[in-house]
Design a protein around this ligand. Sequence first.
Ligand SMILES: Nc1nc2c(ncn2[C@@H]2O[C@H](COP(=O)(O)OP(=O)(O)OP(=O)(O)O)[C@@H](O)[C@H]2O)c(=O)[nH]1
Ligand SMILES: *[C@@H]1O[C@H](CO)[C@@H](O)[C@H](O)[C@H]1NC(C)=O
Ligand SMILES: *[C@@H]1O[C@H](CO)[C@@H](O)[C@H](O)[C@H]1NC(C)=O
Ligand SMILES: *[C@@H]1O[C@H](CO)[C@@H](O)[C@H](O)[C@H]1NC(C)=O
Ligand SMILES: [Mg+2]
Length: 428
Amino acid sequence: MWKANWKIIAIICCFAPLLYDSLNIGQLVMRQKHLSKRWADRSLLINSKYDNVTRLRFEFERNNKMKLSSNTFDNNAIKENLNNDFSPLNPKENATLLMLVRNEEIYGALDAMRELEDRFNRRYHYDWTFLNDKPFTPLFIKQTTAMASGKTQYALIPSEDWDRPDTVDMDKFEERLKKMNEEGVLYGDSKSYRNMCRFNSGYFFRQKILDQYDYYFRVEPTVKYFCDFPYDPFRVMREQKKKYGFVISLYEYENTIPTLWDTVTEYITKDNGTDIDMSTNSYKFITDKEILNDGDVMHGMSSNDYNLCHFWSNFEIGDLNFFRSDKYLNFFSHLDETNGFYYERWGDAPVHSIAMALLLRSDELIHFEEIAYLHEPYYTCPLAYDMRIHQRCRCNPEDEFNIPLNSFSCLNRWWRHGSGKYFMNTFE
Ligand SMILES: Nc1nc2c(ncn2[C@@H]2O[C@H](COP(=O)(O)OP(=O)(O)OP(=O)(O)O)[C@@H](O)[C@H]2O)c(=O)[nH]1
Ligand SMILES: *[C@@H]1O[C@H](CO)[C@@H](O)[C@H](O)[C@H]1NC(C)=O
Ligand SMILES: *[C@@H]1O[C@H](CO)[C@@H](O)[C@H](O)[C@H]1NC(C)=O
Ligand SMILES: *[C@@H]1O[C@H](CO)[C@@H](O)[C@H](O)[C@H]1NC(C)=O
Ligand SMILES: [Mg+2]
């Protein structure tokens, strides 16, 4: 008896604090529930106002269907998934996946194809278009065709769209290459890299094989996609009237583009408000130099008004009709006439980005935050846990090379000056 009483006392003593805590926890949970409901209500409101396409697709996939593993090799399972699930909802858009690639990059090309097929294209079967300045080998054609769930097609780039124009002064060119190499400029002495950058800036969209499409999705060898696509980005582009989509934005190396901004400034003056509407475009995104975090002291500091922010163009989804328009063609010719692609080492990323920031309304650009993507060494992985679960991501969000909140990312400036990000407090 005596012993038993002690036990009871002991139990009461030990558990009393816990009991007390659990009452407190109960209150906390109540409070939390109340708060959660408030935020949930706000989220719903914001979703319904601004985010319907994305979220509704998301909800559909989450609640209505079990998804099969992407890496299954069971043909019937894949077909069933396609027939019952995605296809009827999503008639294909007028679009192609597009890869500029060399024959010797075949295995990297296959890696990237497998990645994109598993996470997106196996459900849609978009065409794959391959471009090369040299003829593709039969083996390249065979292997990439086997990997694609859609039709494949291959085109040889005409020399006049790829090679260095005659207007480039050879002595000056060689001397500049030597100098840039000595200065340690990335790809500073590469001639082929310059052809590639100029081609991607001004010629890819002129290839005949692309005339039949409205949209392209650029893919490079060895890139990876870490999560299921929760929607067809082409469809989002069309429905939301977007002209350019990106996932990563970084600061450019200024030593590759010493006179690019001066050339752009000349164009802005020459245009005199005809194509460039400063009241609706994203000029602020590429010129805002306010220090937003510690990293900005090191990144984005340049000798002119351009803050070096650009969309990382190895991933891009774009409207070909925009590139084919006089607006873009005039802008490109103005840059190209200086031969800056050769005397310096202008990348297609800053060229595309500056064009988009000047010539488009900011609401014609889209940041695809649900698409997780790696091009060495940087990647983007959704920070939202829920998103990572539902899209079956395999990336680590907490890593210095995950770009979104990193100091060398320009996303903070995009959120500030671009469009597409809404914060809760905007609606309080
Ligand atoms: N056909 C062809 N494709 C090229 C050539 N140079 C580059 N490319 C392609 O152009 C794209 C960009 O080239 P990359 O070498 O990846 O350049 P980058 O992404 O700036 O640099 P990395 O960090 O090396 O990836 C890739 O899709 C390449 O396969 C070339 O000389 N011929
Ligand atoms: C978005 O979806 C919600 C829920 O289905 C609906 O009530 C709302 O009207 C939609 N909003 C728009 C702008 O389409
Ligand atoms: C696709 O887009 C191209 C280029 O705009 C156009 O010529 C073609 O007719 C379109 N095809 C379809 C099926 O709409
Ligand atoms: C520039 O545009 C303004 C207003 O449209 C016009 O008054 C001015 O004459 C134009 N300047 C030049 C150099 O064309
Ligand atoms: Mg690359």
